[in-house]
Write a new protein. Structure first.
Ligand code: F6P
Length: 455
């Protein structure tokens, strides 16, 4: 059996609870198979990059690197999160093009390759994750690595005309062809990648999923929608009823319904639009006033990046405005919390909620949507309000699918969810839950690794 080696920028070290779907999903995948997880330690070494740390828990060996302040600023805060992140989320207006940060991005990828290459064996399956590490495969090949290399993009693949706005797009995306398999979240992402290869990459699509790249190399590509550990989430949620944090939340609602949103504090998540849509709901549906409390949990993310700080200020202002304008002495319409909560509490919060609000402007998949569904009480399930621009909307057909830019539409969907009869809630939920039982995290890992072995 070949060993699984996962490489990602973010690593969920034992005992850490990380916001974001990638860490949760990869941890679940490695727990099943064992193997090695290689990435950034999450630490800054003031002196230099490249200090290696190792620890083992169960069958998982964690090998992580510290980064210097400058490398972290240029690679993570800079090129990854101020250039690639906005571009890949269709926000060409927010993308910052800077040769210095691009050099830092390449430097850190080269460091990953230098430290990882000696640890690899020829029959390993190496699975590289996300936009931080697009050039890594080329660099590993330059170090003589011969094993199978796969890549998975957790975020959306944008339209090729947008990608072409990146000065380095040719070199960067040509580098993907050093992999044996490139995976995307949805069929639409795969199509947009194929368009890019055809229109800007000087390559051709031999058949869907089999490409010849500009450099003449054969590359396999496919859609592999990421998922959750459905059974585990459902179990956690059913056990959470007695948890103190969940009880406190339930008691604090004084019999009112709960609407919940849980998102990293990120402009791709459409939070200002969601807050405004909630206000619109209060205005358009006066008959429901006072019947619901909206809890938004938004752990701070990438707080050193200017755009994220601006967003945080805007959300604080909006939450204050909405409560100021609509609260009663005994009812606050919305609660806005910047803390991160352990999964065991979050799943309990989801189960309490009548409405789950997942309304990103763009999202590769969005695992909160899937977790919300898996956490529901089968006898009395809540309703998911889901953006059509989340990858999850391609699968979760029982959700109320909304356009997050259409505030009236989101407002009306919240009201519809509040008044939805139990029979309809159950029917919608059952369809989604049985899909998630068949398409869980183990199925995702298996189907990707099977395709990688075959590529
Ligand atoms: O899922 C997309 C993603 O960017 C992951 O790559 C990342 O680990 C996660 O979101 C959370 O972001 P960050 O690691 O920057 O906190």
């Amino acid at each position: 059996m070949s060993r699984l080696v996962i490489v990602s920028n973010r690593v969920a070290l034992p005992g850490e609870s990380r916001a974001g779907g990638l860490a949760v999903a990869l941890h679940a995948a490695l727990e099943e198979t064992g193997g090695m997880w290689f990435g950034w330690s999450g630490r800054i070494d003031p002196d230099r990059s490249g200090n290696v740390r190792e620890q083992t828990e169960g069958d998982i060996r964690y090998v992580t690197l510290d980064l210097s302040q400058q490398d972290h600023d240029h690679y993570y805060n800079g090129f990854a999160n101020r250039t690639l992140w906005p571009l890949l989320h269709f926000r060409v207006d927010l993308a910052d093009y800077n040769r210095e940060t691009y050099a830092g991005y390449r430097r850190v990828n080269a460091l990953f390759a230098e430290k990882l290459a000696p640890l690899l064996r020829d029959n390993d399956l190496v699975w590289i994750h996300d936009y931080h590490l697009i050039p890594l495969a080329v660099l590993l090949r330059e170090h003589g690595v011969r094993c199978k290399l796969g890549f998975f993009l957790h975020v959306p693949m944008p339209s090729s005309d947008l990608l072409a706005a990146l000065p380095q797009h040719g070199r960067l995306f040509e580098g993907l062809s050093a992999h044996d398999l490139v995976g995307f979240q949805t069929g639409r992402d795969l199509e947009r990648f194929q368009d890019y290869v055809r229109l800007f990459g000087r390559g051709r699509v031999i058949e869907s999923g089999v490409l010849e790249t500009g450099g003449g190399r054969l590359l396999h590509a496919g859609a592999f929608p990421i998922s959750i550990d459905t059974g585990h989430i459902a179990h956690l949620a059913s056990q959470s009823v007695g948890k103190a944090s969940v009880k406190r939340l339930a008691d604090s609602l004084s019999g009112r319904s709960l609407a919940i949103g849980v998102d990293r504090l990120d402009y791709s998540k459409g939070l200002p639009e969601r807050f405004r849509a909630f206000e619109r709901y209060l205005e358009r549906h006066p008959g429901q006033l006072g019947r619901m409390t909206y809890l938004q949990i938004a752990p701070v993310s990438r707080g050193d990046v200017a755009e994220y700080r601006v967003l945080r200020n805007e959300l604080e202002r909006l939450a204050g405005h909405i409560n100021g304008a609509h609260a009663d002495p005994d009812w606050t319409p919305m609660r806005y919390v910047n803390r991160n909560y352990p999964h065991a509490s979050l799943t309990g919060f989801y189960r309490l909620a009548r409405v789950g609000l997942v309304t990103p402007l763009r999202d590769g998949m969005n695992l909160v949507a899937k977790e919300f569904v898996a956490a529901q009480d089968p006898d009395d399930p809540g309703v998911l309000v889901l953006s059509t621009f989340a990858g999850a909307a391609r699968e979760l057909e029982g959700a109320l699918i909304v356009n997050p830019y259409d505030l009236d539409g989101v407002a009306d969907a919240i009201a519809q969810a509040m008044d939805m009869p139990l029979a309809e809630r159950r029917e919608r939920w059952q369809g989604m839950m049985s899909h998630l039982q068949r398409h869980d995290i183990a199925a995702w890992r298996r189907s990707y690794l099977k395709a990688l072995r075959a590529a």
